[in-house]
Each structure stands twice: as C-alpha cells, then as structure tokens.
Design a protein around this ligand. Sequence first.
Ligand code: GTP
Ligand code: MG
Length: 230
Amino acid sequence: ANVIAADFVKSSVRPDDCPRDGLPEFALVGRSNVGKSSLLNSLVRRKRLALTSKKPGKTQCINHFKVNDSWYLVDLPGYGYAAAPQEARTNWDEFTRNYFLGRENLVSVFLLVDASIPAKKIDLDYASWLGQNKCKIQKSSQTSNYVGINLVPETPLKTSSNVPMTLVFTKCDKRKKKKNGGKRPEENVENFQSLIREYFEAAPPWIMTSSVTNQGRDEILLHMSQLRNY
Ligand code: GTP
Ligand code: MG
C-alpha cells in the first residue's frame, strides 16, 4: 500500500472531461474545509500537491491525482460553503453529484466528516443522498471501532451504482473546545455513527484520521488497496 509516486493530472468541471483511461479511483468528498485536500496530501506524503486553505471553498473543480501510475485520488469541491455566491455553489454541487452518478471507475466514496465538531445535518443529508444514489447497499462485516483488513464490506459490489462508502473522520488531533460543543472527537464520532445508521443497513466502515499527525493514513491506504483488488 505504499505511495511511490503521485502526480496531478487534471482539473475538470464536467464529468465528461475527467480522465478516460478507466483506472480505479477513490473520491474524497465532504463539507468545505473538512480537510479533503489536506488528507490527500497526507496520503501521498506531499505538503502541497493538492492546494489547501484556512478559508472554505478552496477546491472548486474535480481534481484527479494519479498514484503509482495506476489509480486515482479525486479531490472534490466541498459542499455547504455559505460564503461563496449561490450560483457558484449550485454549480459545484451539480457537477459533483453528476460526477458521482456517472463515474463508472469509481471504486469507493470516502465521505469526510469533521470529528472536532458535533454532527451536522448537512453531512447526514449528503450521506443519505449518496446512500440513495451511489452507495446503495451498505453492509459492513463490522460496525465499530477497528481499522485495517476487515474494513472491506461483505456485499459484492460490482455495479457502478453500488459502490462502498467509507467514513473518514478528520481533525482527530483537535481537542475539545467549548465553542465546539465541548465534546471530544471520540464522542462526536460515536454520535455521528448512531445518526447515520438511519440511512444505511449498517454503519459504513470508518477510520479516524488527522492530517497533522497522519493518524489513519496507513489504514486508509491499506483499505484502498483492498478495495482495488476486491
Ligand atoms: P475545500 O477545498 O474548501 O472544500 O476544503 P478542504 O476540505 O479541502 O479542506 P483543506 O484540506 O483545505 O483544509 C481546511 C483547513 O483545515 C486548513 O486550514 C487545514 O490546515 C485544516 N485541516 C485539515 N485537516 C486537518 C487536520 O487533520 N487537523 C487539523 N488540526 N487541521 C486540519
Ligand atoms: Mg480542498
């Protein structure tokens, strides 16, 4: 599961413009500012391959990065960024959802959720949309806190409208703060898990991460290599 090479390939604003070589790919999606681009950099051990920012709304295109010349990581615009003009937001949201609906070589969706704040409705809504449109049957063999080799769901997942979803909790290095509702990352994660079970037959597999400490990096890479071979 080692990353030897990682290269930016292209930015697209239409699913049709995305690479057509059919290589397997993994999409990173989540609220603006949740840490998608930072996680991508952590995974490939590069500081600035994907551009990150303190300000939400940095990533505005579908960005393809090729890893080891054989698979893609896809960095997507975030949802829910209230400060961008409505027109731009609608546009990002539309092409991102169309990307999900049409992309046949998408092996798995990684939905990123901020573990440093309490569960947000917008994340549950997005998970629900994915559950209805792309990640239909979700049955993981386990539902709780382990990482690694058993993460791959049991269900055969051979069609492009039924790809496994993995929950990635980000910013687990951030400790509780009053303004964040005073909860520890572990408590926020547990709460999110129980809420998301309403939308899925079983909670999707999940991994706790930090792009600051690189927590979860090896687990994600291992999980991705298993999903590619699945
Ligand atoms: P958009 O492209 O705007 O949708 O955002 P994004 O999801 O790509 O977020 P990005 O990676 O740009 O990170 C947003 C901010 O969160 C930056 O200031 C990062 O440094 C910070 N950040 C990202 N991951 C972590 C993390 O694991 N821990 C901490 N403490 N901060 C993080
Ligand atoms: Mg980004």
